[in-house]
Design a protein around this ligand. Structure first.
Ligand code: FE2
Ligand code: FE2
Length: 139
């Protein structure tokens, strides 16, 4: 479990989106924190996981709305990365809901996956829209 620390290298130079990415990471940290508590509260962990999944989806949808509004030329390939993330998160979600699920283990895997995915996605994919968004008055 590694607490994620925000760094300027993750900035996309769009204030609304940096704030969302910070919240995305804050919720992942919240999962890790709940996992470090003893005794582990699986009900609470499930709640935080649900909160995280919902927030992350809100963020992806926000970006996609901005792609449409601005007619971002790389929207299609960008959305494919979002969809592959959604697909993997849906798998974790399905597993964690099973009656015999090992909730802490799955929550830990989900949080690790989401943390790696987001840090790579920001730097490899999100940062590509910075100039275009700024030119289209998306702040
Ligand atoms: Fe993003
Ligand atoms: Fe994105």
């Amino acid at each position: 479990m590694m607490k994620f620390i925000w760094d300027a290298k993750y900035s996309v130079n769009i204030k609304s989106i940096d704030t969302q990415h910070q919240q995305f990471f804050a919720l992942i940290n919240k999962i890790f924190f709940a996992l470090s508590q003893r005794p582990i509260d699986t009900t609470e962990i499930k709640q935080i996981v649900t909160e995280f999944i919902k927030y992350a989806e809100t963020h992806l949808a926000y970006e996609e709305t901005k792609f449409q509004e601005s007619q971002y030329p790389e929207a299609q390939s960008h959305c494919q990365f979002h969809d592959s993330y959604r697909h993997q998160i849906a798998e974790f979600e399905k597993q964690i809901k099973l009656s015999n699920a090992d909730v802490p283990t799955i929550a830990n895997q989900l949080a690790q996956f989401a943390q790696n995915w987001l840090s790579e996605h920001i730097m490899a994919t999100d940062q590509k829209y910075s100039q275009f968004f700024l030119a289209h008055d998306i702040r």
